[in-house]
Design a protein around this ligand. Structure first.
Ligand SMILES: [Mg+2]
Length: 312
């Protein structure tokens, strides 16, 4: 039994009445690790230190920050925690709005029945487990196992999201298609382990070159796709040039033998409105054609697609 405590799910109870949090602690401590706070501010601090909290139970009426406000703010700190309001009188409209926004998951009325509360908490813990598993599967589904980058599926989702969000409002969106030159030779000369290591190292370099809101995904094979929101054609050409240069200057370690040199070719395309880019796939085709030209013209270079996303 010695370390069973370590594996107990953490429950955070928040109420401005000490007697209430103490009653909850006594009720739940047998099965859970109970943390308590008497204000929203104190509770948020506790969550920073315990991001693995599974269930939060909060009073609504407290000095400073209301329970709903606290639970809403807790979402960014512990997105997978199940959040419940524990309250006597409560305005139903407020509760239903918070439920609809996903800020809270359930309402437990005071005074509570001990057995009923235990069942509610047990159910919340199960829900928390389901949320964790769902997120784990989601992560798995959008991650490329070789490089750890997001994969083609994620890239497609993100492209569609940005195309709707930005391009519809005539905010530019740029796509860089980056392909490692003569990659087949790496696999042929040094083996597939070396090939995978090179892909990973290129991925690290690409990741370190992106800014907030930008994404880089493994598109497939030795090809990477970088989405640059709010970036016009001129800016994206500069970004592509600096990536190309950085790769050309770098040395890439391989499992056996001396580090090797590599180059990349980059196709760049920018969508500026739904008029010049009717579908997200138009942006991909334009960047693909630019990449093809970069390859054909000798590799290790950047080609920018025609601004009207030429459809020849
Ligand atoms: Mg209160």
């Amino acid at each position: 039994m010695g370390n069973s405590r370590v594996n107990k799910i953490k429950i955070l109870c928040v109420d401005d009445e000490t007697s209430v949090v103490e009653a909850l602690r006594r009720l739940l401590r047998e099965n859970f690790e109970v943390l308590t706070a008497t204000s929203g501010a104190e509770a948020l601090k506790l969550l920073e230190a315990h991001p693995d909290v599974g269930v939060i139970l909060s009073d609504q009426y407290m000095q400073g920050m209301s329970g709903i406000d606290f639970l809403q703010r807790s979402r960014t700190v512990v997105p997978n925690a199940v959040r419940a309001i524990l309250s006597g009188q409560i305005e139903l409209r407020q509760i239903s709005e918070a439920l609809n926004r996903g800020d809270i998951h359930r309402l437990i009325l005071k005074p509570w029945d001990n057995d009923y509360l235990r069942i509610q908490i047990q159910e919340a813990v199960t829900t928390h487990g389901t949320l964790l598993e769902k997120n784990r599967l989601r992560q798995l589904a959008i991650t490329d196992p070789v490089t750890g980058l997001s994969n083609h599926r994620f890239f497609q989702e993100r492209l569609h999201e940005l195309w709707r969000r930005d391009v519809g409002k005539s905010i530019p969106l740029s796509l860089l298609m980056i392909d490692i030159d003569n990659f087949k030779a790496v696999n042929d000369d040094f083996g597939h382990l070396a090939g995978d290591q090179v892909l990973s190292e290129v991925a690290v370099r690409l990741t370190s070159s992106i800014h907030e809101g930008e994404t880089v995904s493994r598109y497939g094979g030795e090809e990477f796709a970088m989405l640059l929101p709010h970036t016009d054609g001129t800016q994206s050409r500069l970004r592509a040039e600096s990536i190309r240069e950085a790769v050309a200057k770098a040395q890439f370690a391989i499992p056996q033998g001396d580090p090797i040199r590599l180059t990349v070719s980059v196709g760049v395309a920018t969508a500026t409105s739904h008029a010049d880019c009717k579908r997200p796939s138009d942006l991909i085709s334009a960047a693909d054609r630019a990449l093809y030209r970069a390859k054909k013209q000798g590799r290790n270079q950047v080609i920018v697609a025609d601004p009207t996303l030429d459809r020849n």
